[in-house]
Design a protein around this ligand. Structure first.
Ligand code: ARG
Length: 658
């Protein structure tokens, strides 16, 4: 129990190690006791604007459950709190059923600050996960395509969620599920062979861009060939009848049969013209398409040339992706691309069949999810080819069986929402717990202010490299103006510029609700005054500088004399800072429960603002006496620690200087 829990120790409340959580559970215990409801809990809420105090206790629901008058319940609680000795509560304001209270920044503050300085980087951590293993499916760009801003978001958000889960007692496997398999690789190989030059590609400044362009060209050419072929066939059919076009009659018959069966109609009810058009589509395969299919088959069968070219694409792409990961400081535990599951697909397909989840339709294996409004998912095409879904099923089974993961968290764009609902439902039907446990943490589109969408398909992608370069350029300009001395030392400057740019970039993704589409705006991201990483970083740097200028050692800050210094935190700025510092463990728990790094970012911004107010209003180095100075330095040291811990969860570093 916390400092005030003396009377209720026997009630079996587990001991929370953080003062704020102690306070919350202590008040819950009291309310349970007064209301006679054994498992009631209350969550402390910030007091409404204009009301005196730090927290309010919402009792209305509990009172209702207990059949009590809320005003009476609050009154009784207030009496108890007033009478308890050793309380952190400084004052209570009762307004009808509303009980608000203010904490004593000194007793409560000393406890909180001691704890922060003792626990350091571990302050706020908690064992919620009990070492349960979680796979984080993150980043996952596609080979031979530039990494898009969506993949960047997945990398940043996934990394932060991984940090949050690790800090809350989960065992995390960060898994980069690279898109390195599928029929598109057959097409790419054809494109390289026809129009590419391997040396030129490898030596280009943008090899992945070149590969992507080759792929786009393949599609353009294929569409052209196909349209040409189709119109040839159409003319031929109109002049000489369907029989004069090879394969057309068969295609017409096949399509007719399918429609008659599906719609349960007679042959004479068929729309002949529509069927002719569909049949023409079906048979008008371009030479390119055929070649692409053949090369993919070769790739699947281990043909040396096919494997070599495929591997070349992987190497060139990974080299570029790794530059981005290095820049961001993001590491993975495993990089198991889709191709890793190639030899596990047959088993997965077999299991889908044998579990009864799937059924055969026109030679293909499907899972009908119409009853859940999730459409029909294709697991294997009639020609035996696997799909993205097949590989994801195999991946989930592997994670469950081999990695021993309890769940997987997929950090992937919103456009795949239905897809992941299908995947989870299929796994559930197959009887795998990982299906029900897993989550799709999605995010919306990112656009640049000009309103361009990020789509890799048509080569519209805005190069991530450009974004990074632009960021560095801007950070440099700002730094030059803010700290000309620092600007002179090139090595330090480059390091700080990188920390600021990466911070700004990550903050942009992590501080907002990822479900909403966002606009990426460097002016906002690098605004030192506003809601930005540099602003928060800067407050930490200020706290650090204060400690350095005071020439104080870590031991001095832990000096028991200073720990118990009497009534030192008298200003509102100090009070607010203490209250905020104590809330960090709770914020982390909430971020874990909802997979919301934005909870941490918003908290860090708020804390930084409170520190700034403290810094500007309260004398630290010029305090009246040594003990006041020490107490305030302790507050600064604790704030530096908590900002550092918050930013670390977001994958953002605190620079030495700024
Ligand atoms: N490579 C995919 C894409 O770019 C994302 C993969 C997400 N992860 C997964 N297990 N499906 O769209």
């Amino acid at each position: 129990m916390g400092a005030m829990g003396v009377e209720y120790e026997s009630m079996g409340e587990s001991s929370d190690k953080y003062p704020f959580l102690d306070l919350e559970s202590d008040i819950s215990t009291r309310i349970r006791h007064i209301a006679g409801i054994p498992n009631a809990t209350v969550i402390l809420t910030p007091t409404p604007k204009g009301v005196e105090g730090d927290y309010g206790v919402p009792v209305v629901n509990v009172a209702k459950q207990a059949g009590l008058n809320p005003t009476e319940l609050s009154g009784k609680l207030a009496d108890e709190l007033k009478n308890s000795k050793n309380s952190w509560i400084e004052s209570i304001t009762l307004e009808g059923p509303y009980l608000n209270f203010r904490l004593d920044a000194n007793t409560y503050g000393q406890k909180v600050i001691n704890q922060i300085l003792e626990m350091g980087a571990n302050y706020g951590h908690e064992n919620i996960g009990h070492d349960d293993k979680v796979a984080i499916d993150m980043s996952s760009p596609n080979i031979a395509k530039r990494m898009s801003i969506a993949h960047l978001r997945s990398t940043i958000i996934g990394d932060s969620i991984a940090n949050i889960l690790m800090a809350t007692g989960f065992e995390v496997v960060k898994d980069n599920h690279i898109g390195d398999w599928g029929t598109q690789f057959g097409k790419l190989i054809v494109a390289i062979k026809r129009w590419g030059n391997e040396d030129e590609i490898a030596n280009s400044s943008d090899p992945v861009g070149v590969l992507q362009d080759l792929y786009v060209k393949f599609h353009d050419e294929m569409d052209k060939e196909k349209a040409f072929q189709r119109s040839e066939f159409e003319t031929q059919a109109k002049e000489g009848g369907a029989e004069s076009v090879p394969g057309l009659s068969d295609a017409i018959e096949q399509i007719s049969q399918t429609i008659m069966k599906r719609k349960k109609i007679a042959r004479k009810e068929l729309d002949q013209e529509k069927i002719l058009q569909d049949a023409l589509d079906k048979i008008s395969e371009s030479e390119l398409e055929k070649e692409g299919r053949e090369w993919f088959l070769k790739l699947e069968n281990g043909d040396q040339e096919a494997r070599r070219l495929w591997k070349l694409c992987i190497d060139l792409s990974m080299k570029e992706f790794e530059q981005i990961y290095d820049f961001l400081g993001v590491k993975f535990d495993v990089v198991l691309g889709e191709s890793f599951y190639e030899d596990k697909l047959q088993d997965a397909v077999k299991e889908v069949k044998e579990s009864g989840a799937g059924k055969t339709s026109d030679g293909a294996l499907i899972v009908d999810l119409e009853d859940k409004n999730l459409g029909v998912a294709m697991i294997m095409k009639s020609d035996g080819a696997s799909l993205y879904m097949t590989r994801d099923i195999a991946t989930a089974l592997y994670r469950e069986k081999e990695m021993k993961a309890k769940k997987a968290i997929y950090v992937v764009g919103e456009d795949q929402k239905l897809y992941f609902q299908q995947l989870f439902e299929i796994l559930r039907r197959m009887g795998h717990p990982i299906g029900a446990e897993s989550a799709h943490v999605y995010f919306g589109m990112v656009s640049l202010p000009e309103g361009k969408k990020m789509s890799t398909r048509k080569g519209l992608v805005i190069l991530l490299k450009d974004v990074i370069e632009e960021g560095i350029k801007r950070a440099r300009v700002i730094l030059k103006e803010k700290n000309p001395d620092l600007y002179k030392s090139e090595k330090l400057r480059n390091e700080v510029v990188r920390q600021i740019t990466v911070g700004a970039m990550k903050w942009n993704d992590l501080s907002q609700d990822p479900k909403k589409p966002i606009v990426f705006d460097w002016d906002k991201a690098l605004n030192f005054e506003g809601n930005s990483a540099p602003y928060v970083q800067y407050q930490a740097v200020r706290a650090n500088k204060l400690l350095k200028d005071a020439g104080i050692s870590k031991e001095d800050l832990e000096n028991p004399e200073s720990k118990d210094a009497p009534r030192v935190y008298q200003s509102e700025a100090e009070h607010q800072l203490v209250i905020a510092l104590a809330e960090f463990p709770k914020v982390l728990t909430e971020a874990q429960a909802n997979y919301t790094p934005s909870r941490i970012a918003n908290y860090a911004f708020d804390l930084a603002k409170k520190f700034s107010a403290f810094y500007e209003k309260v004398s630290v180095l010029k305090a009246d006496n040594k003990s006041d100075m020490l107490a305030r330095l302790r507050l600064a040291a604790a704030t530096l620690q908590v900002i550092t811990n918050s930013l670390a969860l977001l994958g953002i570093e605190v620079p030495e200087v700024m």
